[in-house]
Design a protein around this ligand. Structure first.
Ligand code: G3H
Ligand code: 13P
Ligand code: ZN
Length: 314
């Protein structure tokens, strides 16, 4: 079973009420750390790659990048008995979405959330028709990803965040398999100015009206200890704020099943790379100076699997 459709992983999560983190990768080292963590935790794994990752790994050629990730993930998946899937994150360009489908990805995201509703429906439906014809599942997004402060008016909030009635119509018309509703998160390390607040009332309504697996983008927690460690070894990163674990758990309780996580892994790897390089001044073997950073990524991944409840589910 091991290399599976993302839909299979998320339908189980939806039925049994837990969350599965989808971890972004660009290279072998992050993948190995996530893979080992998933095997040790007995958690399903969703690996995702952005368009930027396909471009990076393919040296500018997205199809070459997609083929590389497919071979990597499928080969590792076949050697273990936990389910592992491969997903294209934030697909915007047709060429990249086709590269992922053609290479064997088991799901793709079509991100047309920047377009007006009708055009988002149209673009999403076009990709769903193609992807479903070859057994690939599809994620789409509604609303804009951004932190919403307390002082933002109700009408401004309505313009930014997902509209539950539109979500119902969107899912019925497009037949998407998973939906990412904007409920107040944003990408990166600087998500909120004040308290980390998500619009759970909206989330509950979207779940009631659609019933399908929902996705939380921008779900990194940005642990302060990692930022401090990095800063102690020369980084200059101030004012970070992520989504606390309790908030992630609540999001899962109200219907989130796929939890997109990238920044935390980047932060862990970078902090420990700075530490290692500064302490091991004679080391020049990458397998040795990547060891601590990879272990740090693995720990972040294991902790996230426990928080979301996917540990022990495979
Ligand atoms: O959602 C964005 C992911 O964190 C990937 O970011 O475009 O820098 O690869 P990227
Ligand atoms: P973070 O930047 O919070 O890790 O979010 C990643 C993400 O949403 C990828 O699609
Ligand atoms: Zn995202």
């Amino acid at each position: 079973m091991p290399f599976v459709n993302t839909k299979e992983i998320l339908e189980d999560a939806n039925q049994r009420g837990y969350g599965v983190a989808a971890f972004n990768i660009n290279d072998l080292e992050f993948f190995m750390a996530i893979f080992e963590a998933g095997v040790e935790e007995r958690s399903p794994i969703i690996i995702e790659t952005s368009e930027g990752a396909l471009k990076y790994a393919g040296l500018g050629n997205p199809l070459r990048g997609a083929r590389f990730f497919y071979e990597l993930v499928r080969n590792y998946a076949e050697s273990v008995d936990i389910p592992i899937s491969l997903h294209l994150d934030h697909g915007k360009k047709f060429e990249y979405i086709m590269a992922a489908i053609k290479s064997g990805y088991t799901s793709v995201m079509i991100d047309a959330s920047h377009l007006p509703f009708e055009q988002n429906v149209e673009e999403t439906k076009k990709i769903v028709d193609i992807a479903h014809a070859v057994g690939v599942s599809v994620e789409a997004e509604l609303g804009r990803l951004m932190g919403v402060e307390d002082n933002v008016s109700v009408s401004e909030k309505d313009a930014i965040l997902v509209n539950p009635d539109e979500a119902e119509e969107f899912v019925a018309r497009t037949k998407v398999d998973f939906l990412a509703p904007a409920i107040g998160t944003s990408h990166g390390a600087f998500k909120f100015k004040g308290e980390a607040k998500l619009d759970f009332e909206r989330l509950k309504k979207v779940k009631e009206k659609t019933g399908i697996p929902l996705v939380l983008h921008g779900a990194s927690s940005v642990p302060q200890e990692l930022v401090e460690l990095a800063n102690n070894y020369g980084a200059e990163i101030e004012g970070t704020k992520g989504v606390p674990f309790e908030v992630l758990k609540e999001a899962v309780k109200y219907g989130i099943n796929k939890v997109n996580t990238d920044t935390d892994l980047r932060m862990a790897f970078m902090a420990y790379l700075r530490k290692t390089l500064s302490e091991k001044k004679t080391e020049f073997d990458p397998r040795k100076y990547f060891k601590e950073p990879m272990d740090a990524v693995k720990e972040v991944v294991k902790e996230r699997m426990r928080v979301l409840g996917s540990s022990g589910k495979a």
